[in-house]
Design a protein around this ligand. Structure first.
Ligand code: F6P
Length: 609
């Protein structure tokens, strides 16, 4: 049992070491001296073994208690629950200016207690600590999960593989700070002697979505705006030539710096776009220009060198940073510091670190990310709501939902427990969203009168911008926020037939105009949206995702589900090239089903442009 329990946690080297020290167990990632090796291993392995015996969280009594509790909650209605002020008070938390109100959840104080019991029983605190302490909790890849080390203060000590990684983190941050300062000041010049004022960041998935989200959120914040004055930052992610044209349109190669961002430096789309950008630069400025106009961010510095980039122009990170958790590595910090300056990004990292510290240290009952993650499990698994709407009342957060989609759905869209046991319940909610009030005029009809979709509202007290007309402040932020406050009550309380009739609504319209209410939401209120609070918000959601995964007992840090499509695309690529070369239509021997062959033949009928 012990062998089994640690199998997923050890690398081959570690296995040999630990087998010598403790013949019935393998190394499980904990750093300890040889003297306390055996004792430490017994403890860790026993804990893991205990977990293995109950590898499915759904087998434990705390899970069953919650499942039984669903019926009681289904008998309640939010419009009644909201009358109870003590309940409301018990469902409000605040941390570092981030105000969380979850009293519009379909939950009673008893639900909260049972959820916290489940969190305890799932070993949530221990799992959080294991993550922060650098244990190899990404078991299927044998990796630590240490994105929190990326924003640790300079003097911190975060151990991974027997060494403190914080000095390495800061070495890269210092390099970013120095390089971006040289570029921004004009000291670093392009091949023709001009300063580089435009940056194109090429990357996809986690190497694009987070940085784009942060960029959009900061691009209207007055201090960040001032720091970015005269500069342009654009992103190129898709392999679609339309995206290439869009990203490069109107750019002058002489003043453009291209940043290739790829953790692996093998992602097909990014490498193709990188080659396109290199050709675009060399066609205009000559081959030597690459040294001045192209830099890279990757964990694969050898591939960066093979691509022809000077290692001095490469900014590294580490395999213990997952792509979707990499915004606070050079993936986000380099392009965003080029645009906004390093001090702005330092504030962002400080905001993230503040929320990290809270997540690591606060008791579950007061822990904002833990509460969000537990409520997410409640809504999606126990109440069966497959979808969550992310509804920021801030246009600056327009790329929040697309980023959280990847963060959450790539992390928690899993079908097996950590040990590979198929799960008898669904994990990973479907996330989607749009800033309010735009969303209200788009899909809110469905969430008010159609399907029940738990909603997460995010608002800010002070706007980044105000509009003045003829010297008068136009209160558009006030207007925006009135909607932010109104929508959760409309969802929760609804409007019944009796009220409608009393208002004189004709009988034939009463059912059409009835709102059943009892639709759950929660509200997050930030004082304002700046680099620091943005960091808090992002860390809050990173840890919300991790919490749900920890409770479900899955590995939130791998992504095997994206592999099959990539493999099949390779096969299609080969067959398309072959068919183009030979002019032979694809048939049964090519290994595709007849539907795919037909589609491909329709595509192949037209010549590539
Ligand atoms: O295909 C999914 C994925 O591996 C993501 O996890 C990752 O964020 C993205 O591709 C990009 O990967 P890379 O940074 O290695 O190019």
């Amino acid at each position: 049992e012990l062998r089994l329990c640690v199998q997923a946690f050890g690398s081959d080297d570690d296995e040999e070491r630990s087998t010598k020290a403790h013949p019935t167990a393998r190394y499980c990632g904990e750093q300890c001296s040889h003297a306390d090796w055996r004792a430490s291993h017994r403890r860790v392995c026993a804990e893991l073994a205990a977990e293995r015996h109950m590898s499915l969280i759904s087998d434990i009594p705390q899970w069953k208690a919650l499942a039984d509790h669903v019926a009681a909650v289904k008998e309640t209605h939010l419009k009644d629950l909201l009358q109870d002020d003590a309940r409301t008070e018990a469902m409000i938390r605040e941390e570092g200016g981030v105000y969380l109100d979850f009293c519009r959840q379909n939950a009673t104080p008893e639900t909260l207690k049972l959820l916290l019991d489940l969190g305890e029983a799932a070993g949530l605190k221990g799992k959080i600590e294991a993550m922060f302490a650098g244990q190899r909790i990404n078991a299927t890849e044998g990796r630590a999960v240490l994105h929190t080390a990326l924003r640790a203060p300079r003097g911190a000590d975060v151990q991974e593989g027997g060494r403190n990684v914080v000095p390495e983190v800061w070495e890269v941050l210092d390099k970013i700070s120095a390089f971006t300062e040289r570029v921004r000041s004009g000291e670093w010049k392009g091949a023709t002697g001009k300063p580089l004022t435009n940056v194109v960041s090429i990357g996809i998935g986690g190497s694009a979505l987070g940085p784009l989200f942060v960029h959009t959120a900061l691009s209207t914040e007055p201090d960040a705006m001032a720091a970015a004055s005269g500069r342009r930052l654009s992103f190129l992610a898709n392999v679609d030539p339309v995206d290439t044209v869009r990203a490069l349109h109107g750019l002058d190669a002489e003043t453009t710096l291209v940043v290739i961002v790829s953790k692996t430096f093998t992602t097909a789309e990014t490498m193709l776009n990188a080659r396109t950008a290199r050709a675009w630069l060399t066609e205009r400025l000559g081959a030597d220009a690459v040294a001045k106009h192209m830099v890279a961010v990757s964990t694969n510095l050898k591939a960066v060198a093979d691509f022809g980039l000077d290692p001095a122009n490469a900014f590294g990170f580490w395999d213990w940073v997952g792509g979707r958790f990499s915004v606070s590595s050079a993936v986000g910090v380099l392009p965003l510091s080029l645009h906004y300056g390093f001090p702005v990004m330092e504030r962002f990292l400080q905001g993230m670190h503040a929320m990290d510290t809270h997540y690591r240290s606060a008791p579950l009952a007061d822990n904002l990310p833990a509460l969000l993650g537990l409520l997410n499990v409640w809504n999606s698994t126990f109440l069966g709501h497959a979808t969550t709407a992310l509804l920021p009342y801030q246009q600056a957060l327009q790329h929040f939902a697309p980023h959280i989609q990847q963060l959450s759905m790539e992390s928690n869209g899993k079908g097996v427990a950590l040990d590979g046991t198929p799960l008898p319940f669904e994990t990973g909610e479907i996330d989607f969203g749009e800033p309010g009030t735009n969303g209200q005029h788009s899909f809110y009809q469905l969430i008010h009168q159609g399907r029940v979709i738990p909603a997460e509202f995010i608002g800010v007290v002070r706007s980044q911008q105000e509009v003045y007309l003829q010297g008068e402040k136009v209160s558009s932020h006030e207007e925006l926020m009135c909607n932010f406050f109104a929508q959760p009550d409309a969802l929760a309380c609804g409007k019944d037939a009796e009220t409608l009739r009393a208002e004189g609504v004709p009988d034939q319209l009463v059912t059409h105009k009835t709102f059943s209410g009892n639709r759950p939401s929660l509200s997050i209120l930030l004082p304002e949206l700046n680099a620091y609070t943005l960091g808090q918000l992002l860390s809050l959601y990173e840890h919300r995702v991790a919490t749900s995964g920890f409770v479900w007992g899955i590995n939130s840090f791998d992504q095997w589900g994206v592999e099959l499509g990539k493999v099949l695309a390779n096969k299609v690529r080969g067959k398309v090239a072959e068919a183009r070369a030979t002019g032979r239509p694809l048939g049964a021997d090519d290994g595709f089903c007849s539907s795919t062959s037909r589609l491909l033949n329709r595509f192949l009928e037209s010549k590539p442009q």
